[in-house]
Design a protein around this ligand. Structure first.
Ligand code: DLL
Length: 432
């Protein structure tokens, strides 16, 4: 019944022994091969050989997104570039991007882990799986592709976008499983309606959705409108990409592939563990990655640890769906966007004031970002043609740096409310 029952149903004590053994190995390896970790471990007098329990991980320092940026592009790789067979990068501007690498073995591990998640969500070698995640530097497309092939399903690597064609292919190729972001699944349901396609007439049975936050209500809507069983899966490029955690048929939390990752759920302020079941920030250590291991990576994703046994029989702990972020990162159309990226673009454009608001909405199941920008009087009262050219130049700049389309609205100087405390420039109207 289970694709890798031996691993996924390990007893907790066997699992923890395996984790400890692997943890020691990875700490030793990064302590030897990666100057960043070596220096940190040395300055804290940490010796992985002395680690006697999993709790000992708490003595080790965290890794932050900023550390990845500081070591851009290859500074945190633990193997020579010669042994790296694939590079991915998280979304964001070129300057903000983080680069991750995979060895040959990493690709094998990654494929296996994604295959597990697909299997947990119901996919079998008999399925025809339509992968509507972007293929490219984003880990979604390739990650799920390799996992689906590993499982032996028939893969349609259609990538994201061109929704009418997606639906045509879904009909013609008789896709049984759909893989994409949850918002794109709803968009597909809308377009199906416009095209007069009845979802009940399709072969679709399963949907595996992830890469952005969604809710139980959204799941119900997807299930009803597409007539499928939708499951959630989670990952982030800095740690692996997809393949870290996924839901089984119980649809009640995501099993973490704990033989390859140690997770901690910590209070983002005190950085102490929260009680099981309480909300905290997910911190992940990779146990088996060769090219790009990370130690105690602060994901900034908020979740709850669900340690109760799952009726499916898997012993890996579950986490709840991702409940939010402990930083200000937004996910718009599946792309990670930090308000500071927009701010720094505005700073470089003459005539704009460093006062702005970001309005995120969901229209027809598609995310829309509008940036309200304060501009100096001379521009605000400029003739229409000039103003339009100005707006277009900001829009182009932002779209190319952020990787998503943006609407720009100019507002008069001093119209946006000023903050006396913590600035809150984002108005997220999406009801997930
Ligand atoms: O989104 C990896 C992925 C691809 C996961 C396909 C699942 C399916 P990044 O682009 O690095 O990687 O973005 C990672 O996206 O820190 C979360 O904030 C968010 N995220 C990912 N999966 C989920 C999910 C991929 N299931 C960031 N629910 C993460 C909520 C998610 N948020």
């Amino acid at each position: 019944m289970y694709w890798q029952k031996e691993q996924e149903c390990l007893t907790r004590s066997n699992l923890e022994n395996l984790q400890l053994e692997r943890l020691k190995k990875v700490l030793k390896r990064v302590g030897t091969n990666v100057p960043f970790y070596r220096n940190k471990f040395n300055s804290l007098h940490l010796n992985p050989d002395k680690l006697t329990s999993l709790e000992g991980i708490r003595d080790y320092p965290f890794t932050l997104k900023q550390d990845l940026r500081d070591n851009y592009p290859y500074g945190l790789f633990a193997v020579p570039l010669r042994d790296v067979v694939r590079v991915h990068s998280s979304s964001g501007t070129t300057g903000m991007a983080t680069v991750v690498g995979y060895s040959k073995n990493d690709i094998v591990t990654w494929s296996n882990l994604v295959a597990r998640i697909l299997c947990g969500a119901g996919v079998t070698p008999d399925d025809v799986i339509q992968i509507a995640f972007g293929y490219g530097l984003f880990t979604g497309g390739f990650g799920l592709h390799y996992g689906a092939e590993r499982l032996g399903a028939s893969v349609i690597p259609i990538s994201a976008g061109n929704t009418k064609r997606q639906i045509q292919i879904m009909q013609d190729f008789k896709s049984t499983a759909l893989v994409c972001t949850p918002s794109y699944a709803l968009k597909m349901a809308d377009v199906m309606m416009d095209m007069g396609v009845n979802p009940n007439g399709l072969s679709l049975r399963y949907g595996l959705f992830g890469a952005e936050p969604w809710s139980e209500a959204m799941r119900q809507e997807i299930n009803e409108r597409l007539g499928i069983r939708a499951t959630d899966n989670y990952g982030l490029s800095e740690v692996l990409g997809p393949g870290i955690a996924g839901e089984c048929f119980e649809c009640n939390g995501l099993h973490v592939n704990e033989d390859h990752f140690i997770i901690e759920v910590l209070d983002p302020d005190t950085l102490e563990p929260v009680k099981p079941g309480d909300v905290g920030e997910l911190v992940i250590t990779t146990l088996t990655k060769e090219a790009f291991p990370v130690i105690r990576y602060r994901t900034r994703d908020l979740t709850r640890l669900l340690p109760e046994p799952c009726p499916c029989g898997r012993t890996f702990h579950r986490i709840s769906r991702i409940l939010g972020r402990s930083d200000d990162m937004l996910i718009i159309k599946g792309v990670n966007v930090f308000p500071t990226q927009i701010e720094s673009i505005l700073f470089e454009i003459e005539g704009t004031e460093p006062h702005y608001r970001l309005i995120v909405e969901r229209e027809n199941n598609e995310d829309k970002l509008t940036v309200l920008v304060e501009v100096v009087e001379s521009i605000f009262f400029d003739e229409m043609k000039k103003q339009r050219a100005f707006i277009n130049s900001i829009r182009k700049r932002m779209s190319s740096e952020l990787g998503i389309g943006v609407d720009i609205q100019l507002v008069e100087e001093r119209t946006l409310e000023r903050f006396s405390g913590k600035a809150d420039r984002v108005i997220d109207k999406r009801k997930l």
